[in-house]
Write a protein that binds this ligand. Sequence first.
Ligand code: 5AD
Ligand code: SF4
Length: 509
Amino acid sequence: MDQRVISNIPEEYHVEEPIPASEPERQEFFIRLCRNYVETNRAQGRQLTYAIVTFGCQMNANDSDRMRGLLERIGYVEAPEKEADLVIFNTCTVRENANTRLYGHLGQLKPRKRENRNFMIGLCGCMMQEPSVVAKINASYAFVDFIFGTFNLHRLPEILFARLQENKRMIEVLPKPMEHVEIRGAKRKYAFKSGLNIMYGCNNFCTYCIVPYVRGRERSRIPEDILRDAGNLVADGVTEIMLLGQNVNSYGTNFITENQVFTSGQEIDIYKTSGILAENPDYGFPELLDDVCQIPGLVRVRFMTSHPKDLTDKLIRVIKKNPKVCRHIHLPVQSGSTEILRRMNRRYTKEQYLALVDRIRTELPEVSLTTDIMIGFPGETEEDFQDTLDVVRKAQYDQAYTFIYSRRTGTPAAEMEQVPEDVVKDRFDRLLALVTEISHKRCGRFEGQVMTALVEERSEQNPEYLTARMEYNLVVHFHGGDELIGKYVRVKLTETRGFYYTGELIEVL
Ligand code: 5AD
Ligand code: SF4
């Protein structure tokens, strides 16, 4: 895809001290400068507030937590979107409807510029990596204050400061990761659980998918950095960690080191900084998962997402021997038709996928399997669709996220012949009926049993109930006090209600 750097971040700021050239000192410097601005407002009786609106996947949620950490260090206080002085949209572009939702949201915000002279809007995330989107925002949403992309999150304080000083719109979108900079001090939504990036980007180039273009090539973090972060999270009260990557099973193919300038074609001598890799050059995801499980105080480990083409038997063995690894595997199938899978560039067949499901179920009989399925990929016939239904029946998913194929400009599938909308809609409805029927049956399999669950929050639908999550990623609602939030409990699953249970508290662990 054609990408370009758009930047009007001024080189020189009107500041007295020299600006540090390297990170993370530069980030810290601009946090301090922005803090002056927030403190000046506070001295005048006005506490500035922010909200981050997150679209899309776990990666974005994790990035948003890091941005919240940065803004809190600047002195901003979190507030509901409707009241905040600064609203940042962390966008997703995996399907067209995510883009449409952003434009809808932006339209509604315009009047707030008139009502509040401090009001600012920032845009970031995957959608901003598309030059056509930035061009459209420039042309039609001129009230947006600043834009940045997925490769320069750590520059938020600098971009914010530049916007405040120059009083004009700031845009900085990098076409690829120029350097890798960690952000300290993320603000998590939950005190007791956290995502942890083990890698960035994706190299798979599934033909429908825009992610490799907007998140760049696959980059794995060295094990020492991940284990250090995991240890710090546990020291900070976290008991459940979800290891995150677009395809965790290919962890270890390309390593990065912290602050290492990353230019294509440049060989990075990772062995100088990683003793673990020096000792074991074949270190991959199974080894990492095993090592993370050894961290004392950590109770649960999850991971997301697995590509079926490289989920190995070694990984299944590591899961089996480590009770800390939650019995839940998200294994996106996308389609059950070998021909469609070939055209999607998924690199497995229907039979290989089902054989993998069998191996997983033999070794981990109690496991919950979930998946992503796409309907209406170009050229999909009724026969292909029947193959998808067949896989759904055989794999017996606990949950399946179903999507209508969305044409993404710049991807190979966008050039292929599209399936008519009414045909797609009809197939989608039939698929949804089947996955719902199966998942209701599957999810009810523990009815009447007593299970361990981690209490996450008060239920949004019914505040009398607490919501707790079992390792199988199934949720139970039961009566209890706020003091239980963050604790592991034993709950009797009295009744199944489709996707969740209602239950009774038996014991606090
Ligand atoms: N259209 C519809 N769904 C898509 N996904 C990825 N790209 C597209 C697209 N162009 C789905 C896949 C993936 C999930 C995160 O989003 O099913 O697994
Ligand atoms: Fe997209 Fe495929 Fe990479 Fe997943 S594995 S992010 S679907 S290209």
